[in-house]
Write a protein that binds this ligand. Structure first.
Ligand SMILES: Cc1cc2nc3c(=O)[nH]c(=O)nc-3n(C[C@H](O)[C@H](O)[C@H](O)COP(=O)(O)OP(=O)(O)OC[C@H]3O[C@@H](n4cnc5c(N)ncnc54)[C@H](O)[C@@H]3O)c2cc1C
Length: 320
């Protein structure tokens, strides 16, 4: 712990710090699953010095061999009950957006959004500006950085459908711009999953649209999520990926095997949605992971289908 204190004191003295930081911070407070243990150090830098501060912190942590986990909205992760060793760098203090002039040959505009901005807020901002194209993300939990990293997908659209460019803090912690290349993205897959670094911002290609129509579409998506019970209990959304090869949605496969309502400790397969595991109140991360494994193994034993989790297990699982 003392090395963490030394690192943070050094950086804070050199660069100055605006934001929040705490040692031994319970991660349940920062994830939509509301479960899991504490991070050794949780840092949430805020303000325009964010890129400079995070670059210095990442560089220093690497030279000391301290792991750093980059946290967006915590909407797709399960943190181990043993917590996360090292530093959790929370991006939620880095938010905001700007409209850029239309790109070459395009009819629309570019919205540049800082990575810590919630995707729902980004969609709202676009609506306010009369720009459509990002409506599909309204109501989805999580940040712009997390959505780009995950290549989040809903309502038949993926983030890669609107992404133009990403500003990225690379492994040398130098900011650089990465132009979008369609071949680098696929279903729930982005190149950032194989690139160490931090997504600083994303540029989305948007098109002018009547604000009333944009809002109507956003409301439709939010209502649909509400009706499907997305917000009823803490969760991380769909647990397993879909695949055309399965011939039907993963949730239906799980439903048909009668697994809705299956429980382990405080975790349960939602009785209203087969591909949703919920925290009914006091689930441990081990309950959630155990239930994910039971569902996966049951589906494989019954049908020979290998389900792949889309939620990420983060932190100190080896020692759990
Ligand atoms: C109720 C509910 C409904 C959901 N519905 C959907 C859905 O319809 N479609 C869908 O795709 N997902 C869905 N999800 C899952 C989740 O919302 C998405 O995966 C979302 O994109 C995760 O973003 P996040 O900011 O929370 O990422 P986190 O969970 O914080 O992190 C996910 C990964 O991204 C990395 N990361 C985050 N920010 C950065 C950054 N700035 N730079 C580098 N790496 C970063 C993290 O290190 C981690 O590896 C749902 C979740 C919930 C709770």
């Amino acid at each position: 712990m003392s090395i963490l204190r030394e690192i943070i004191e050094k950086i804070n003295t050199e660069i100055g710090f605006a934001g929040e930081l705490r040692f031994d911070e319970p991660m349940a407070a920062h994830t939509t699953f509301k479960a899991g243990g504490a991070a050794d150090l949780w840092v949430k830098p805020q303000g325009d010095s964010f890129p400079r501060y995070t670059a210095a912190l990442l560089r220093q942590a690497r030279s000391e061999g301290i792991p750093v986990f980059i946290l967006g909205g915590g909407a797709n992760i399960v943190v181990s009950d043993r917590g996360i060793r090292g530093i959790v760098l929370d991006t939620s203090g880095w938010s905001g957006w700007a409209v850029l002039p239309p790109g070459e040959g395009g009819t629309g505009a570019c919205l540049a959004v800082r990575s810590g901005t919630p995707v729902d807020t980004a969609a709202e901002a676009a609506a306010e500006l009369g720009l459509g194209g990002i409506e599909f993300l309204a109501g989805m939990p999580g940040s712009v950085g997390g959505a780009v990293w995950m290549n989040a997908r809903c309502y038949e659209r993926s983030v890669s459908d609107i992404l133009v460019q990403t500003e990225f803090l690379d492994a040398a912690y130098t900011p650089r711009e990465i132009p979008f290349r369609a071949e680098d993205f696929s279903y729930k897959k982005s190149p950032f999953q194989d690139l160490p670094g931090l997504i600083l911002s994303a540029r989305f290609h948007l098109v002018p649209r009547v604000p009333g129509d944009i809002r109507a579409e956003m409301e439709k998506h939010r209502r649909d999520r509400e009706q499907k019970g997305h917000y009823r209990y803490p969760s991380a959304g769909s647990v397993f990926k879909n695949s055309r090869e399965f011939g039907k949605p993963t949730g239906k496969i799980i439903d048909e095997l009668g697994l809705r309502g299956l429980r382990r400790g405080g975790a349960a397969v939602a009785d209203y949605h087969g591909n949703l595991i919920i925290n009914t109140g006091n689930a441990s991360a081990a309950d959630i992971r155990g239930l994910v494994e039971t569902v996966r193994d049951t589906v494989y034993a019954a049908l020979g289908i290998r389900l792949e989790p889309e939620i990420l297990f983060v932190g100190d699982w080896d020692a759990a």
